[in-house]
Design a protein around this ligand. Structure first.
Ligand code: FEO
Ligand code: CA
Ligand code: CA
Ligand code: CA
Length: 580
């Protein structure tokens, strides 16, 4: 069966193997090229060219940011598109020569602030040269950790969102730790603030014990932060600004077609370590957003808008995220499940329990989900809805603490103790309706190396034929409905580089997982997206060399010099469909 042509999946490439060299590997007959890397200028401005030894915050604000994660592809016309890239976080030890983690400089911190956020990059395709980004294109935009934004929804203006810089609680500067994201049916980007706790310091000095407890539930540290930004910007010091951290952990929506548009943080979607969003339209026209909270023993969420999607009214659609109902998932042992509403005044979400209004549910969403009894998952990462079947694919990346001393034990949906390799769950909404209160669920894959690990499962496919895979993170579908998976964690679980995998989810090859790409040392394959005609696959190579320093980096990707996070694109040498 391996490699036989004409399989129902259309996948017919020779898999690459797990590897640890400093080379991106793709199957025979494929080639990869660099599209854009950290520091590449986005605007026509002779002063913004990248020089690692002459970097400045002003330059970085006009360059492609660091640690590209999520990739979105928005077609504009044949051979022209917008590439959306999140810039999740910074690795100062790989950005600055001789970086002293005990004494970062203000200049370094200010460069890092501008290296965070999002890029919108116009890309065009040349007949023979493939894709190139367009320097100085009208659409090009940088959103950074200082870009003005506003809040919408139940928590906008809440006293806990007010700071000395913003006494109204309606505006905020910037977005942080944007991991993955999603493109809505109305063409906006919904980018997600994930591990925001790492930017804040001194929770031990917060005097309001209620606020301190919420910060603790979200992992905000006492004492100094690892990054020490609080030394230069008091908003990151909880002792001085106890509320600033409540202004992060949200979903941020912006219009990539309008470089001047104001990004909005939608509090109705809840506050947690949002990995990604996946937005679909329910049978009755309401917009449904799936989003995972990526931390061990956290939850999978769903938001259902109050208003209905109107394909002819984009302006109205851009307000759908301002009100609706948030739910957390409960997975039952019998393969059924239920979305538990997180609504102030319902069930345990009472004033006595800290939820007098919906604003508190939005700000302290994790506690609300604890109280209703949602299922504690093995780190929910990406969620995507299959474009043909409507089945929801939810990725649990791993959870080495499952079933260990003092931690929750296994359950039906998280069945492996010390789950180092992760799993992927299929959720089938009852009645095919994404707004339905109930669903059925089953596993697609329980990851690992079938030759070495207990309990692996590849949807019943012959496990002697599959490629080993660990720590699935971001996913997407090709036009034939096959699932493509990027991993984050194989360097620790397999002692091999992260990679990209493809697996059919239906037909005789369902579960036949094959490795399509191998990344570079220290670098995760953070995100992947196809061009609309599927003859190109874009992949985010994030933090090459992580775990080492600039002086002796474990990777010299992509140019054989200093490691730089970059977006690559892969094509078939014969110009065919990727995977065929
Ligand atoms: Fe930033 Fe959950 O990966
Ligand atoms: Ca991720
Ligand atoms: Ca995705
Ligand atoms: Ca991850």
């Amino acid at each position: 069966r391996a490699q036989s042509a004409g399989g129902s999946s259309g996948l017919n490439f020779t898999p690459v193997k797990l590897d640890s060299s400093d080379k991106v590997l793709v199957p025979p007959g494929y080639k990869y090229e660099i599209l854009i890397r950290w520091g590449d200028p986005l605007f026509l401005d002779p002063t913004t060219g990248f020089d690692i030894d002459n970097q400045s915050a002003e330059k970085q604000a006009r360059q492609f940011g660091y640690n590209n994660d999520f990739l979105g592809f928005i077609p504009l016309a044949p051979n022209r598109a917008l590439l959306i890239a999140n810039h999740e976080y910074t690795n100062p030890e790989l950005m600055f020569r001789g970086y002293d983690d005990k004494n970062p400089t203000k200049e370094q911190v200010d460069i890092e602030l501008q290296a965070h956020g999002v890029s919108v990059v116009h890309i065009e395709r040349h007949a023979t040269r493939g894709w190139r980004y367009t320097l100085g294109a009208w659409h090009n935009r940088r959103i950074t950790a200082t870009t003005p934004m506003r809040f919408t929804g139940p928590a906008a203006g809440h006293p806990w969102l007010r700071t000395s810089e913003d006494p109204t609680g309606y505006t905020v500067l910037g977005t942080l730790n944007n991991c993955a994201a999603g493109i809505t049916p109305w063409g906006t980007v919904m980018t997600c603030e994930e591990n925001f706790h790492q930017y804040f310091a001194n929770n031990d000095k917060v005097t309001d014990t209620a606020k301190q407890a919420v910060h603790k539930r979200y992992g905000l540290p006492g004492g100094e932060s690892e990054r020490k930004w609080e030394r230069f910007h008091k908003r990151f010091d909880l002792a001085q600004e106890p509320n600033e951290a409540f202004r992060f952990g949200w979903v941020v929506e912006f219009d990539p077609r309008d470089p001047g548009s104001l990004p909005r943080k939608h509090t109705a979607l809840g506050r947690f370590k949002h990995e990604a969003t996946s937005t679909v339209i329910a049978k009755d026209g309401r917009a449904v957003v799936y989003s995972g909270d990526d931390e061990r023993f956290e939850y999978l969420y769903r938001f259902v808008s109050a208003g209905r999607y109107n394909p002819d009214d984009r302006e109205a659609n851009m307000r759908l995220m301002e009100s609706g109902t948030l739910y957390a998932a409960k997975f039952n042992d019998d393969g059924t499940g239920r979305w538990l509403p997180l609504v102030a005044g319902q069930g345990p979400l009472t004033a006595a329990n800290g939820f007098p209004t919906q604003a508190e549910v939005c700000i302290n969403t994790r506690r609300a989900a604890d109280l209703v009894g949602a299922t504690k998952m093995d780190r929910p990462e990406d969620v995507e809805v299959h474009p043909q079947t409507g089945t929801v694919y939810a990725v649990m990346t791993n959870n080495s603490q499952r079933g260990t001393s003092g931690k929750p034990g296994v359950d039906a949906a998280n069945p492996r103790p010390e789950n180092r390799h992760g799993h992927i769950i299929e959720i089938i909404p009852d009645g095919g309706d994404h707004a339905a209160p109930t669903f059925r669920w089953r596993f697609l894959m329980i990851c690992g190396d079938p030759a070495k690990d207990k309990g692996t499962y590849f949807a019943g496919f012959d496990q002697s034929l599959v490629s080993p895979i660990s720590s699935p993170d971001n996913i997407t579908f090709d036009n034939r409905g096959n699932l493509w998976i990027a991993t984050d964690g194989q360097p620790s679980s397999f002692k091999k580089n992260d990679g990209v995998f493809a697996v059919p989810v239906s037909g005789p090859e369902r579960g036949y997982n094959r490795q399509f790409l191998s990344g570079v040392p220290g670098g995760e394959c953070a995100s992947l997206i196809f061009s609309d005609n599927n003859d190109t696959l874009f992949v985010s190579i994030q933090h090459p060399g992580e775990g080492t320093t600039l002086e002796n980096a474990s990777s010299r990707f992509p140019d054989g010099k200093e490691p730089r996070p970059a977006v690559i694109f892969i094509r078939k040498e014969d110009g065919g469909i990727i995977g065929s």
